[in-house]
Write a protein that binds this ligand. Structure first.
Ligand SMILES: NC(=O)c1ccc[n+]([C@@H]2O[C@H](COP(=O)([O-])OP(=O)(O)OC[C@H]3O[C@@H](n4cnc5c(N)ncnc54)[C@H](OP(=O)(O)O)[C@@H]3O)[C@@H](O)[C@H]2O)c1
Length: 147
């Protein structure tokens, strides 16, 4: 059965692969990214089952607007995949305060923003899945992974 899959960070890397697989499996996809034109180009242009929307996950307002756009186009959101992430590597004293803050804003508060925007839709449906992609580097301290 066709689901509506909402993916963050869809313009490159794993996010692009997830979108391609979901479309190939017959699902409808909301592919989001900071540069939606680039996301659409990467995915091969406009398609009936594809909506590309601007979403910087550090912005709750953009997350809410993207969730609204998804519902307006497809009527629901079945699966949220919190994929967007960044990685500032280096010894602690080499990671600037600005990079440290961006890491936390993107990898921690980012998924919270998007989940906060999407959960009301799922609660109204009484159905939905949230998948948040983490990293071993976020769970186990090793050299270069202070952030
Ligand atoms: N690759 C690995 O070895 C590895 C290992 C463990 C975990 N992971 C996790 O797997 C996920 C995908 O990794 P990947 O290797 O595919 O990463 P990637 O190739 O570096 O792509 C990261 C994606 O996240 C997006 N992004 C970054 N900051 C964003 C923001 N503030 N708002 C919206 N989008 C943002 C990027 O968009 P732009 O194009 O706009 O920058 C890009 O689309 C990440 O959560 C990562 O932490 C990866």
């Amino acid at each position: 059965m066709s689901k509506v899959v909402f993916v963050t960070g869809a313009g490159r890397g794993l996010g692009t692969d997830i979108v391609r697989e979901a479309l190939a499996a017959g699902h409808r996809v909301v592919a989001t990214g900071r540069r939606p034109e680039e996301v659409e180009k990467t995915l091969g242009g406009p398609q009936d089952n594809l909506l590309t929307v601007r979403l910087d996950v550090t912005s709750l307002e953009e997350a809410q607007a993207a969730a609204q756009a998804a519902v307006e186009r497809f009527g629901r959101i079945d699966v949220l995949i919190n994929n967007a992430g960044n990685f500032f590597a280096g010894y602690f004293e080499e990671v600037s305060p600005e990079h440290m803050r961006r890491q936390i804003e993107t990898n921690l508060f980012g998924p919270m923003n998007v989940t906060r925007a999407v959960l009301p839709v799922m609660r109204a449906q009484r159905d939905g899945h949230v998948v948040s992609i983490s990293s071993l580097a976020g769970q186990v301290g090793t050299e270069f992974t202070a952030a």
